[in-house]
Design a protein around this ligand. Structure first.
Ligand code: SF4
Length: 426
């Protein structure tokens, strides 16, 4: 029996029984579980039919989001995909709502045969958002995100392949946001509502990118290369990774490794909670991070995040005062040893050279050309090191602008609105 046939059959049963599909999909051989969930008459009838069919299937269906959850934290995987706990975090709801509107917009553009149309975008937002259970407090944020994205988005009509359509490959399911098939490559575009863009190194490690590309290679073979593009819609940034079909074997092994983890946990019944990046948006009750003895590793609502931020500010102030007092104590009484760590006032030597002296020495040694290849050698001087000079001679900023090498990274810090990290008014 195919999955589609099973789903068609299940569609004739009460909707509130659907949650149990996930139980059997992942745990279909567990007789005790089958008995414990099928209590009502309808449930029992549903159970016996579904159980029989699922027993006949040899390969359980695994979705990308399920496997991604398993790769991050098996406890989370079991809660969401076996026990059927709902994930109603703002993070998830915001993403679902944005994707619903974006998907509606793509299909309206396709129908109209035009790459861009802001009037259609407005319709798509209303129609898309109406299909998802989003709380009112998130609507404005999703609209701003969607408008910002739609303003620049242009659908490549000639190479459109699919958008938000479920793809099955050998028992694994993925639903790419948008796929283009071009003669030289297949591109999967994925919309992210993150606050911080991934670096290229983080993106390369990203489970979803690897899983999608692996399944795209199987679903749409024969392209010379496969590109996975993250669109960080909040930040207006795009990051692409390219994979060659030669990498399929490595991608297969990554997927097999996660399958192995799931199988092992199913056999042993041990589903450990593993703190990591998923904790930042996971809202499950968790045996690890909800333990008051450990430092919070997630905030499941804006209110809790605000409390956490206030706690960090207060703790930083306390830490500053405590360090100052300890420093004063050590000045008077010598080092303090605690848990194998020694607090002490240690000499730190900082060496600086006046620029005129440096130039003079280089000239006298006939080495003024020493920096001719500086760009190739990666020798640079930071903007902040030159800030005094820039303040004295503002024209220099413009003179140097053709040579500036800028890179945006993210530094997590606290500051007063209107004041820069350097303490200057913005
Ligand atoms: S909070 Fe973190 S460790 Fe706990 S279940 Fe969620 S992802 Fe796993």
């Amino acid at each position: 029996m195919t999955v589609k046939e099973l789903k068609d059959e299940l569609a004739t049963y009460p909707e509130d029984q659907f949650v149990h599909v996930r139980v059997w999909m992942s745990d279909f051989a567990d007789d005790d579980r089958r008995r414990s969930v099928g209590q009502s008459a309808a449930g029992r009838r549903w159970c016996s039919v579904a159980y029989r069919h699922i027993k006949e299937m040899t390969v359980p269906i695994l979705r990308r989001s399920a496997m991604e959850a398993a790769s991050q934290c098996l406890y989370r995987y079991k809660a969401l995909w076996i026990d059927g706990v709902e994930d109603q975090s703002d993070y998830a709801l915001r993403g679902i709502a944005f994707h619903a509107a974006a998907n509606r917009y793509i299909y309206l553009l396709l129908g109209a045969g035009t790459p861009q149309d802001f009037d259609l975008a407005k319709i798509a937002f209303l129609e898309g958002i109406a299909t998802v259970p989003i709380p009112g407090r998130l609507i404005e944020e999703v609209r701003l995100l969607f408008d910002r994205w739609a303003e620049h988005f242009a659908l490549d009509l000639d190479h459109f392949l699919t958008a938000e359509e479920r793809q099955d490959t050998e028992g694994q399911v993925f639903t790419p946001d948008l796929v283009y098939g071009r003669p030289h490559e297949l591109e999967i575009r994925d919309f992210k509502t993150f606050y911080v863009a991934l670096t290229e190194a983080q993106a390369r490690q990203d489970w979803q990118a690897r899983f999608y590309v692996r399944n795209a290679m199987r679903k749409w073979p024969g392209f010379p290369s496969y590109r996975f593009t993250f669109e960080f819609v909040r930040l207006g940034k795009v990051l692409s990774l390219t994979f060659s079909p030669d990498e399929l074997d490595a991608l297969d092994r990554d997927v097999d490794a996660v399958l192995g983890m799931i199988q092992h946990a199913t056999t042993t019944g041990i589903w450990p909670a593993t703190p990591g990046s998923a904790c930042t948006y996971c809202t499950l009750r968790c045996p690890l991070v909800d333990n008051p003895a450990v430092v919070p590793q997630r905030f499941s609502s804006p209110q809790l995040a605000q409390q956490g931020a206030a706690l960090v500010l207060a703790a930083e102030q306390m830490l500053k005062v405590a360090k100052k007092t300890l420093k004063a104590y050590c000045v008077a009484n010598g080092p303090i040893l605690v848990n194998g760590v020694e607090w002490a006032n240690r000499p730190v030597e900082e060496r600086r050279y006046p620029l005129d002296a440096l130039m003079e020495v280089l000239r006298s040694r006939n080495l003024l050309g020493a920096f001719d290849q500086s760009a190739a050698q990666g020798l640079t001087i930071s903007h902040s090191a030159l800030s005094k000079l820039f303040r004295q001679f503002p024209q220099l900023v413009e003179d140097l602008s053709p040579f500036v090498q800028s890179k945006t990274s993210y530094r997590f810090s606290a500051r007063k609105p209107g004041v820069g990290d350097d303490g200057e008014d913005e």
